[in-house]
Design a protein around this ligand. Structure first.
Ligand code: SF4
Length: 231
C-alpha cells in the first residue's frame, strides 16, 4: 500500500482539529470545501510567469528590491522548480515506514548557500506580520524541512509576498498593493508537527470539539433524524 502523503495543508488541519484530520486521512471523509474562488489561482499563475521572466534574466523582480532581499537571488534552475511546483512531483520527506511529507512550492530564494522558503498570497486587503505567522507559519516550517531533508540547507526565515487590490485606474486596470512579509522559520518545529500528525493516524477516532459549530450541527441533525420527526 502506498504511504499516506501529508501536505502542509493537511498538517494545518491537524493543528486545527485532530478529528477532522483523522477522518480525512484515515477514512477519506473530507470537510465540505464549498465554492473555490478562481481568482487566487489565476493570480498565482500570473505571478509565477512574472517571476520566471526575471529568473531567465538572472534578475530579481522589482517587488523584491528592499533591503530584506539584499544578496538574495531567485533559485536559478527553472526545470527543477517547475517539478517542485507540481504537487505530484514536489519535494518529499519520509521518516521510517510511515507517512510522507510532501509539498509543492511557489518559489525559492537563495542567499549565502541557504534556501529561503517563499510563497505568494492573494488577499482582499493588506495584512499584518501577526496574521501571516498565524496562518502560514506551519507551511513555511514544512517547506524549510523539505529543503533541509533534500540536501538544501534551510534559512531560519522565509517570506510571504501578499498581493491585495488597491484601486482601479482611469484606464480600468486594477492596481494591486504588494507587501513582502518576513517571518521566522524553524524546520525542527515543522518536523515535530509532521511526526505528531503521522503518529496520530494510528490512534482511534478522537472526540470532536465541544465548541465546534459543525460537529454540534451534525449531532443535532442525527438526534432529529433518529427521532424520525424531521422529514
Ligand atoms: S469538531 Fe469541527 S473541526 Fe473537528 S471534527 Fe468536528 S467538524 Fe471537524
Amino acid at each position: 500500500m502506498p504511504a499516506i502523503k501529508l501536505s502542509p495543508t493537511a498538517l494545518n488541519l491537524f493543528l486545527e482539529c485532530r478529528r477532522c484530520f483523522w477522518l480525512d486521512k484515515v477514512k477519506s471523509f473530507k470537510r465540505p470545501r464549498g465554492i473555490f474562488p478562481s481568482l487566487p489561482s489565476g493570480m498565482d499563475r500570473e505571478i509565477k510567469t512574472h517571476f520566471d521572466a526575471f529568473r531567465a534574466r538572472h534578475e530579481m523582480p522589482p517587488e523584491l528590491a528592499g533591503k530584506d532581499f539584499a544578496g538574495s537571488s531567485l533559485f536559478p534552475d527553472q526545470a527543477r522548480l517547475d517539478q517542485w511546483r507540481d504537487w505530484r512531483k514536489g519535494l518529499e520527506y519520509k521518516s521510517g515506514n510511515g507517512p510522507v511529507l510532501s509539498g509543492a512550492i511557489d518559489e525559492l530564494l537563495v542567499k549565502d548557500g541557504l534556501y529561503i522558503p517563499f510563497d505568494y498570497k492573494t488577499k482582499g486587503s493588506p495584512t499584518t506580520q501577526e496574521d501571516a505567522v498565524r496562518y502560514y507559519q506551519n507551511q513555511l516550517d514544512c517547506y524549510a524541512l523539505l529543503f533541509q531533508e533534500n540536501s538544501m540547507p534551510a534559512a531560519d526565515y522565509g517570506f510571504l509576498l501578499y498581493y491585495s487590490p488597491k484601486s482601479v485606474g482611469e484606464n480600468g486596470k486594477a492596481v494591486f498593493e504588494v507587501q513582502p512579509i518576513r517571518i521566522p522559520v524553524d524546520y525542527e518545529r515543522g518536523r515535530r508537527t509532521f511526526e505528531s500528525a503521522a503518529a496520530f493516524l494510528a490512534s482511534t477516532m478522537p472526540d470532536s470539539s465541544p465548541v465546534c459549530e459543525y460537529c454540534g450541527w451534525i449531532a443535532k441533525y442525527k438526534e432529529l433524524f433518529d427521532k424520525a420527526d424531521f422529514f
